[in-house]
Design a binder for this molecule. Structure first.
Ligand SMILES: Cc1cc2nc3c(=O)[nH]c(=O)nc-3n(C[C@H](O)[C@H](O)[C@H](O)COP(=O)(O)OP(=O)(O)OC[C@H]3O[C@@H](n4cnc5c(N)ncnc54)[C@H](O)[C@@H]3O)c2cc1C
Ligand SMILES: *[C@@H]1O[C@H](CO)[C@@H](O)[C@H](O)[C@H]1NC(C)=O
Ligand SMILES: *[C@@H]1O[C@H](CO)[C@@H](O)[C@H](O)[C@H]1NC(C)=O
Ligand SMILES: CC(=O)N[C@H]1CO[C@H](CO)[C@@H](O)[C@@H]1O
Length: 465
């Protein structure tokens, strides 16, 4: 029985937290080890699209999503796209459908993380902060991890949701460390809106109490996102730019204001962008080098009792806008498979991988294509006039309107039969189809015929589920 299993999870990012919560819901015992001392205040803006948020909306009868929405963008009406010089090119509704209201969760990562950690603790996940795993033991005799504090934890399943720098990937999968510089870096900041912002002729209009503002400016090799929310209290911005420098993976590498400004100057960005950066307190600016890793062909340890999930398995760049959602989908599907396999861990993990691989792979690769489509626009050509949707942060219906739980429940038996019968093939051949692509033809969320739906989205009073 699945409920007899002890699931040992390493890393309390959104992949590990989701796996922990969903396994607890199914009666399993869960221990979650996290090297950070607390959940508080790490990161700046993090977005969950409806395909990630749908699972959070189910937690505690909608209460977790309601709590999240208190700190998230919650009265934004448009997402605006601009050419680097400030010309508006495209405008889209922020909320694509009424039922997305509690599923589109964008806000400060640390605040959101704390809410989800508290829920995990409430439902009985054994959360151990300040426990850094230094070794994975996965052999025929033993499945365990050792921590820096000298403790050993054993489990029936070991899940490495330890993020981009994953020790699990090198030790469980036996892969060499293969990080590659993506050639890009981001500057990012989260700060409080001050009177200087409010009184500024260009920035003031973005800081009204209600509405909130979300928008993006796009130029050659650079794009910048700006969000304001919390009734005119919080502002975050992030911009991606070329950077061939040394690879660093720290989230807290301090950024230099003048360097950031120089990139915007070189790319001839509008004054409003430069002013937003200029008004940011120097100690809030983070310079983060983006690391990319090629897809790997298995996420499972050799005895199929351990696995990597989330960024440890498929390290997203922010341009896919799906890193958090794909981490959540992994966690949900893993729990469904463990439950359905009724105690047969190797079966559960193999089916998990076959359900997740193709979908996650296609979305992972879009990290690159979506960025390049934006960065290499020829602004003088007719193409951009005819296809402003190339600017679109990927919001394809096949990605967003997807319920990974229902999908896993539907396909488990068929894939379990494939595993048991020893069906041969590559992971791509054995996996479920991804059901969509990142072609230009799929970039418009709405077909012209349902454009009515755009303007009439009314906020529902309570969670839809
Ligand atoms: C501190 C932090 C801030 C972030 N800020 C942003 C942000 O502002 N915007 C954004 O879009 N994305 C941010 N991300 C990334 C985003 O959360 C992830 O890309 C996405 O949610 C995938 O989640 P994940 O759980 O797979 O990995 P991660 O979120 O990277 O989580 C991995 C977790 O594992 C822990 N861990 C790693 N190694 C060990 C170990 N040996 N022992 C124990 N624990 C370990 C890490 O401390 C981390 O909490 C941030 C991630 C982190 C860790
Ligand atoms: C929206 O955010 C504001 C500001 O943080 C908060 O006061 C309000 O309660 C939130 N509304 C909802 C519906 O969560
Ligand atoms: C999985 O994706 C690959 C391309 O990445 C494709 O060739 C293969 O047919 C897909 N598998 C299935 C079962 O659709
Ligand atoms: C919901 C809401 O308050 N929307 C506002 C968003 O911002 C625009 C102007 O930028 C307002 O016109 C909307 O009312």
């Amino acid at each position: 029985m699945a409920s007899n299993l002890h699931i040992l999870i390493v890393g309390a990012g959104f992949a590990g937290l989701t796996a922990a919560i969903e396994c607890r819901h199914r009666g399993m015992r869960v221990t979650l080890l996290e090297s950070y001392p607390t959940s508080r205040n790490y990161g700046d803006i993090l977005d969950f699209s409806p395909n990630g948020g749908i699972h959070m909306e189910r937690w505690d009868g909608g209460n977790v999503a309601r709590e999240l929405l208190e700190v998230c963008l919650n009265d934004t009406d448009q997402f605006e796209y601009f050419k680097y010089d400030g010309t508006k090119v495209l405008e889209e509704p922020f909320l694509l459908k009424k039922e997305h209201y509690y599923r589109l969760l964008a806000g400060h990562r640390g605040e959101m993380h704390e809410i989800v950690c508290n829920y995990a603790t409430r439902i009985g996940v054994d959360m151990r902060f300040g426990e850094k795993v230094v070794e994975y033991i996965d052999n025929d005799q033993e499945l365990a991890v050792l921590t820096e504090s000298g403790k050993k934890y054993v489990g029936d399943v070991v899940v490495a949701s330890d993020g981009p720098k994953s020790l699990g990937r090198t030790q469980i999968l036996g892969l060499p460390e293969t990080k590659v510089n993506s050639g890009y870096a981001i500057y990012r900041a989260h700060c409080h809106i001050t009177d200087e912002h409010r009184n500024h002729p260009l920035i003031g209009p973005l800081c009204r109490k209600s509405p909130n503002f979300t928008g993006m400016w796009v130029g050659k090799d650079l794009h910048m996102l700006v969000y304001t929310w919390k009734g005119g209290k919080d502002l975050a911005w992030v911009f991606t730019h070329k950077d061939e420098d040394d690879i660093s993976e720290s989230w807290s590498f301090p950024g230099n204001l003048d360097d950031a400004m120089a990139y915007l100057d070189d790319a001839k960005f509008a004054d409003i962008c430069k002013e937003i950066v200029r008004l940011t307190p120097q100690d809030k600016i983070i310079d983060y080098k983006l690391v990319w890793r090629e897809a790997i062909t298995t996420w499972l340890g050799k005895n199929k009792r351990s696995c990597t999930i989330g960024d440890a398995a498929h390290c997203h760049l922010p341009t896919s806008a799906q890193g958090g959602c794909q981490a959540v989908e992994d966690g949900v599907v893993l729990a469904v498979c463990l439950e359905k396999a009724a105690g047969d861990v190797p079966l559960a993990l193999q089916v998990f991988e076959r359900i997740r691989f193709n979908r996650s792979h296609v979305i992972h690769q879009s990290s690159i294509t979506a960025r390049d489509d934006m960065h290499y626009i020829d602004w003088e050509s007719d193409f951009i006039k005819e296809h402003p949707e190339v600017l679109n942060i990927p919001r394809m219906a096949w990605v967003l309107d997807f319920d990974a739980k229902a999908d896993a429940e539907e396909h488990f038996d068929q894939l379990a039969a494939d595993v048991k019968s020893g069906k041969k093939g590559t992971i791509e051949q054995l996996s479920l189809p991804a059901t969509g692509a990142f072609d230009l033809s799929e970039r418009h969320y709405f077909k012209e015929s349902d454009s009515e739906a755009l303007n009439t989205a009314q906020i529902p009073p309570t969670a839809v589920l």
